[in-house]
Ligand binder design. Structure first.
Ligand code: SAM
Length: 676
């Protein structure tokens, strides 16, 4: 038999029974990685791809090992999709699969490089050394009962060791310039050109590509053998895992059985993974004794985060366990480290924000960039920012812990993250918005309690002045405030503008008017994305006056600036009106006045593009929107369908809604024929 035939045969025998169990189920891959997609498609799995919106901002410090971090990322990605689908896609998946791959070397976790320099730094660190590739995988089983959805979470990870040859700079740059490293953990793709860099691989090759298929199939086998019958028939309240996990006597292996003892009622004959424990010591023991390690599961894989940990009451005392099955709603009682760490992150959130605001205000990131080597000792930073030695040291250390700075010996330097977003002249600098948060939003939040009690904005208390509509005059009483506000708007518009501008096909429109277009950042993105479009930025005269400060060096002459008040003055004629971050802070009444004006200057076929943070339809997220609402003046955050409803009442039909994965979403509505 030829090798190909043999492998097909093996596939039929080993994989097909497990994969075929998923036939007819709505299986969802919460990842857009083409490599994962290919690996799963190749084994005949039918699934939908719903990329996760979970932002990978977990604090790595909270994890004792890289695999815990990867598993948690995988879990958060999968849970986000599992919880979003019923509302956004109006269907409940049966199974959601999430995965996260990280590369670790010298105690550092390497994720995807931010730019070519970052890729170079990663790859030269890997050169000539052995590193580990960890993929954390989460399988979520969704069960609906009595109108309530429960999520049962199974997670595991796989480690593969990879050794790179000694790589010359020439080879590294040639590889980096191929573009391959940019979307890959550790900055290389083993399945393509990156394979040239590799001397050896110990472990599952596909794990390095991005998905440990073998372990995944074994895990599915475990799930089926422990859960007789259809997955969807088993409710979490009565599922074997849950019962076992709740009731298992201390120390006894539970739902996952040792190899060689097939599960009773097992619909398939796949034994347990010969789970290789993560620690080298255990690995040696297994190899020497020839024993198969019995994989174990824990009530809550995150219990490993606690230190010291009393494992006596856990089903899986082995902290190196590579698989965990637990139920998010029913089984996570006690020892809830996940919950605890969430609350701690929330409690400390304001400290982290203020550390960022202060470092940014004192120009720490610019000062470090300005030094010859990019590194400075604390004394030099303190001198340059004109601050105390002690205070500066604390601030720098806090910034290191937040991933904003890095320390080598006694010197500090910017991280890729701060280079990208925190330098004042970075292309995507958030400096303006950070300063706005510090000066304008922070004082409002310090009066949140009164705000909640009284139900109104606390501007008077926070700034000793009051105004009905901050958009019209509140921000602009002083030049400095005006510039700060414009800077803040500019930084967000720069970051989200391209995604909003390219959210829809606007090729049929020749003229656009960006109402409240501020610095023109969004207008320039629109003009760039749509070569046939001219854009008028319409904003208050005092804003238009200052907008030249923000004009790009090679400004597109299809962007024009016109001063005026959109509530009072005639609107410039246009085929499409843009309302980016205008409506959320207006009452329904004001929105109707504005939409009425727009509707009157629109011919049928003309359009309105609204860009805002769209709330989930059940108003349970996203937190960014709901937290922003806490300091809003007279408006409310709305969902896409609420915006759609408002526009409909002025004769606009919703064509498309786009969740951009960026800071702002967008909705495109078109004026119907025959409507007012
Ligand atoms: C929250 S900002 C949004 C800026 C921009 N659209 C963006 O997304 O970056 C609101 C903008 O609306 C402008 N604005 C507020 N009231 C206005 C009015 N009555 N007429 C014209 N522009 C107004 C403000 O000056 C400001 O630039």
């Amino acid at each position: 038999m030829k090798i190909k035939e043999l492998s097909e045969e093996v596939t039929m025998v080993l994989m097909h029974p497990v994969i075929s169990k998923l036939t007819g189920k709505l299986v969802v891959l919460a990842s857009s990685s083409p490599r994962r997609l290919e690996i799963l498609t190749n084994v005949g799995l039918r699934f939908e791809v719903v990329p996760s919106w979970f932002k990978e901002t977990l604090d790595k410090r909270l994890f004792k090992t890289p695999h815990e971090y990867a598993v948690e990322n995988a879990k958060m990605k999968a849970l986000e999709v599992a919880k979003r689908m019923p509302f956004k896609h109006l269907k409940i998946p049966d199974i959601v699969i999430g995965a996260d791959t990280v590369v670790t070397v010298d105690g550092l976790i390497l994720e995807k490089p931010l730019d070519k320099q970052d890729a170079y730094r990663m790859l030269s660190r890997l050169s000539g050394k052995e590193h580990s590739v960890f993929t954390g995988v989460t399988i979520i089983l969704c069960h609906e009962k009595d109108g309530k959805i429960d999520y049962q979470v199974i997670d595991f990870y796989e480690e593969t060791k990879v050794k790179f040859a000694n790589l010359s700079d020439d080879l590294l740059w040639e590889y980096i310039n191929s573009g391959e490293p940019m979307d890959k953990a550790g900055g290389y793709g083993i399945q393509a050109l990156g394979g040239m860099l590799v001397e050896y691989v110990h472990g599952d090759f596909l794990n390095v590509v991005g998905f440990p298929l073998n372990h995944f199939c074994k895990m599915l086998g475990v799930i089926f053998s422990s859960q007789p019958g259809s997955l969807t028939q088993t409710s979490p309240q009565t599922s074997p895992e849950c019962c076992l996990l709740n009731n298992v006597p201390s120390g006894e292996p539970n739902v996952i059985r040792p190899p060689g003892s097939p599960a009773v009622n097992s619909p398939i004959d796949i034994h347990l993974p010969n789970s290789l424990p993560a620690s080298p010591a255990n690995k040696v023991k297994q190899e020497e004794s020839g024993e198969s390690e019995v994989p174990r599961t824990s009530v809550n894989s995150l219990s490993k985060l606690s230190e010291p940990q009393d494992t006596s009451d856990l089903a899986a005392p082995d902290a190196t366990s590579r698989g965990a099955i637990h139920n998010v709603t029913e089984c996570d009682t006690g020892n809830d480290m996940e919950g605890l760490s969430k609350i701690i992150v929330l409690m400390d959130g304001f400290k982290a924000s203020k550390a960022l605001f202060t470092a940014s205000k004192l120009c720490v990131f610019d000062v470090l960039r300005g030094s010859k080597t990019g590194h400075l000792a604390v004394e030099d930073v303190a001198r340059q920012i004109k601050a105390s030695l002690k205070g500066t040291e604390r601030l720098l250390e806090a910034c290191v812990s937040l991933g904003l700075l890095q320390r080598t010996g006694k010197e500090y330097a910017n991280t890729e993250l701060s280079r990208r977003f925190l330098l004042s002249d970075a292309l995507y600098s958030l400096q303006g918005y950070i300063q706005h948060c510090d000066q304008m939003v922070w004082p409002l939040f310090s009066h949140l309690e009164s705000n909640v009690k009284e139900g109104n904005n606390q501007r008077e208390k926070a700034f000793r002045k009051n105004t009905d509509c901050i958009l019209q005059d509140g921000y602009y009483s002083r030049c400095e405030e005006k510039l700060r506000f414009m800077n803040a708007m500019h930084s967000i518009a720069k970051i989200s503008g391209r995604d909003v501008a390219t959210a829809f096909d606007l090729s049929q429109y020749k003229t656009a008017c960006d109402l409240g277009g501020c610095t023109g950042a969004m207008a320039y993105e629109l003009a760039k994305a749509h070569p046939g479009l001219s854009v008028t930025v319409f904003d208050l005269p005092e804003v238009i006056e200052m907008s030249s400060h923000f004009r790009p060096q090679e400004a597109d002459d299809r962007v024009l600036f016109v001063g005026g008040n959109f509530f009072e003055d005639e609107l410039p004629k246009a085929d499409i009106y843009i309302l980016a971050r205008i409506l959320h802070d207006c009452s329904d009444e004001k929105i109707h006045i504005l939409l009425n004006k727009i509707s009157k200057s629109c011919n049928p076929g003309c359009a309105v593009l609204v860009s805002e943070i769209f709330l989930d339809e059940d108003r349970t997220g996203p937190s960014r929107g709901l937290l922003q609402a806490l300091s809003m003046t007279e408006g409310i955050q709305r969902s896409a369908s609420e915006y759609s409803f408002l526009l409909e009442s002025h004769g606009f039909d919703t064509l498309h809604v786009k969740h951009t994965h960026n800071l702002l979403d967008a909705i495109l509505c078109v004026k119907e024929f025959g409507k007012h």
